[in-house]
Design a protein. Sequence first.
Length: 161
Amino acid sequence: MALAPASAKARLGAELSTSSAEAAPTADDEAVMNAAVMAGVHDFVRRHPRGYDLIVGERGEGLSGGQRQAVALARALIKEPPILILDEPTSGIDVGTEKAFLTRLAPTLKGRTLVLITHRASLLPLVDRIIILDQGRVVADGPREKVIEALNAGKIKVGQA
């Protein structure tokens, strides 16, 4: 379900609270804050003079790409889903922020299924199994270490017509 707020401007804190109320009706302020910390939202919000009252425009106007990704991740995490799908979750953030993200996210994945869509090898420690698609075809599927070993040995060819 998606929400299109009537107002073109919304407080970031209100957006997170509204999202969490829809996604997890029993989520309290602590759960919202935990999701914000885990996703990295808290990192940039605490440095802003308005904090969680930061005004954000439609579709995250006023936020960087990485900050919008963090807000989207917080909205997903507040649901505490058994299956979490992340599509290029760190494409808009720098290497240091990505490392911090991985450190915070890894412990939350215990007991969950993660479907990770990425081009970044740095995210692969989050998964146990890798499936590589090339032009819509599965070219590799197996335990992370075995697939990485096969890639490094040149046994898996990708990006060839």
